[in-house]
Design a protein around this ligand. Structure first.
Ligand SMILES: NC(=O)c1ccc[n+]([C@@H]2O[C@H](COP(=O)([O-])OP(=O)(O)OC[C@H]3O[C@@H](n4cnc5c(N)ncnc54)[C@H](O)[C@@H]3O)[C@@H](O)[C@H]2O)c1
Ligand SMILES: [Zn+2]
Length: 375
C-alpha cells in the first residue's frame, strides 16, 4: 500500500495484477490507466447518475478518445439483466469496439457487475476500469473480478470472472449517496473488521459519537479493500483456502442468512442491512456452539447498531421469514454444498472457520435472537 496525502494505491497481485486507487479527485488517473493504444472508450454508467458521470465523459472526450456513453436503464439492481447487457453489446458493436478498446463502468455494484460482465464477454474479454460510486461498490463489488447479471431464477446466476485493469475509488462521489446506501455499505466494512482486521472495528467504535469523519471513512475504505484483496489474491477462483482458512468463502460471513432475508423480503431489505442481521445470527450460532466468546458475539450488535445498521429483524406482513422458510432457503443457498449447510463462523476475532451442518436447535435459537424473541 502506498499512501499519499490525497490518494492511496492498493496493489492486487495475481495473474492479471492491477491497482485500486482510493482518495479524493483521483479520476485524473483514468488516462494513465487506459494506456497509450486505446482509441475507443465505452462509458457504461448507472442511468440515474447522468450528472455525476458527465465530467468523466467530458474528460475522456478532451483526452481525444472516441467515447460511447451508455446510460444503463433502468438504474441500480434492475440494470443487471440480459436486456441491458444486450443493449451494451449492440452499442459496442455500432461503435466498432475492438479488443484494444476499454470499458469504463461508473456506478454502484450493480453497474460494475453488469458492466464488468459486458467487458468480460465482448470479444471474449476487453479491459474494464471500474469507477464505483457507492461504498459497497468500492469495498466489495469493484474488486475481485466477479461479474454477473440476474435471471428470473435468481441473482447473479449468469456471470464470469474478469479482473479489472484498474479501480478508481473517488470518495467525493459518495457525497450524493443517500445515507441509507452508505450505512448499508458499512455492513461489508464491519464484516471485514470481524473476519480479518479488528482495527476497522476500533475505528468505527471510536467515531460513534461524532459520526464518521472524512479521514476515518477513507481509512475504513482502504482497510476493507485491503481485506478483500488479501482474500481474493489467495483464492482467485473460489477453490478454497489453505491451512484451514475458508478461502474466499470467508467473504460470505453473515451472508447465508442475509441471502434468505433478502429473498424472503423480495429484496426490499438492503444487502448491508441483511448482512448485519446475518452476522448477528452467525455470531450467536458461534457462541452457542462454543466457538465464540460472549464478549465478541455482543460486540457484533454494538458495532452494527452503532453505525445505524439493524440487529433485529422485524418482518413485514408479506415477508416469508418464518424459521422453517429461512432454514429451507439457507440450505439451497449457493454456498451450501450438496444438502449440507456451511456457515462461516468465528473461532475468535479475525479467526474465521467453517461450521458444517450445525444443530437445528442452535440455528433456531440464534434466529429467535435475531427476531428478538429471546435474549
Ligand atoms: N461482484 C462482486 O463481487 C459483488 C460484491 C458485492 C456486491 N455485488 C453486487 O453489487 C450490487 C449492489 O451494489 P450497490 O449497493 O452499490 O447498489 P446499486 O449499484 O444498485 O446502487 C444503489 C443505488 O444508489 C444509486 N447510486 C449509486 N451511486 C450513487 C451516488 N454516488 N449518488 C447517488 N446515488 C447513487 C444507484 O442508482 C442505486 O439506486 C448487487 O447487485 C450485488 O450483487 C457484487
Ligand atoms: Zn455482500
Amino acid at each position: 500500500m502506498v499512501r499519499m496525502s490525497d490518494r492511496t494505491r492498493l496493489h492486487v497481485g495475481g495473474a492479471s495484477p492491477y491497482d485500486v486507487v482510493v482518495g479524493h479527485h483521483v479520476l485524473d488517473e483514468l488516462p494513465a490507466l487506459l494506456g497509450p493504444d486505446v482509441r475507443r472508450v465505452a462509458l457504461l454508467h448507472d442511468g440515474g447518475l447522468d450528472g455525476l458521470s458527465a465530467p468523466v465523459g467530458a474528460a475522456l472526450l478532451d483526452g481525444g478518445y472516441e467515447v460511447t456513453t451508455v446510460p444503463l436503464v433502468p438504474a441500480g439492481e434492475a440494470s443487471k439483466s440480459y436486456a441491458v447487457a444486450e443493449h451494451c453489446w449492440e452499442r459496442l458493436g455500432e461503435a466498432g469496439f475492438t479488443r484494444s478498446d476499454v470499458v469504463v463502468t461508473f456506478g454502484g455494484g450493480a453497474t460494475t457487475d453488469v458492466g464488468g460482465f459486458v467487458a468480460a464477454t465482448w470479444l471474449r474479454g476487453v479491459r474494464v476500469i471500474h469507477v464505483p460510486t457507492t461504498l459497497l461498490g468500492m469495498v466489495d463489488a469493484a474488486v475481485g473480478g466477479k461479474t454477473g447479471i440476474n435471471t428470473g431464477a435468481g441473482k447473479n446466476l449468469v456471470g464470469s470472472f474478469h479482473e479489472p485493469a484498474g479501480v478508481l475509488c473517488d470518495l467525493d462521489l459518495l457525497d450524493s449517496l443517500p445515507r441509507a446506501e452508505l450505512v448499508s455499505g458499512l455492513g461489508e466494512v464491519v464484516k471485514c473488521g470481524f473476519i480479518a482486521d479488528p482495527e476497522i472495528l476500533a475505528l468505527v467504535e471510536g467515531s460513534r459519537a461524532q459520526g464518521l469523519s472524512s479521514p476515518v471513512l477513507r481509512e475504513l475504505v482502504e482497510r476493507a479493500i485491503q481485506v478483500k484483496i488479501d482474500v481474493v489474491v489467495g483464492d482467485l477462483r473460489e477453490s478454497g483456502g489453505s491451512d484451514g482458512h475458508p478461502g474466499r468463502e470467508v467473504l460470505n460471513y453473515g451472508h447465508t442468512l442475509a441471502h434468505a432475508i433478502e429473498r424472503g423480503s423480495d429484496y426490499r431489505t438492503r444487502h448491508g442491512e441483511a448482512v448485519a442481521l446475518g452476522m448477528v445470527f452467525v455470531a450467536e450460532v458461534a457462541r452457542l456452539t462454543g466457538h465464540l466468546d460472549d464478549e465478541t458475539a455482543a460486540r457484533h450488535t454494538a458495532v452494527l447498531s452503532g453505525v445505524g445498521l439493524p440487529t433485529q429483524l422485524t418482518p413485514g406482513p408479506d415477508d416469508r421469514l418464518s424459521f422453517v422458510d429461512v432454514l429451507a432457503t439457507m440450505r439451497v443457498d449457493k454456498k451450501a454444498r450438496g444438502a449440507q449447510l456451511r456457515l462461516v463462523v468465528l473461532d475468535g476475532l479475525a479467526r474465521p472457520a467453517i461450521l458444517t451442518d450445525p444443530d437445528e436447535q442452535v440455528l433456531r435459537a440464534a434466529y429467535d435472537q435475531v427476531l428478538g424473541a429471546s435474549s
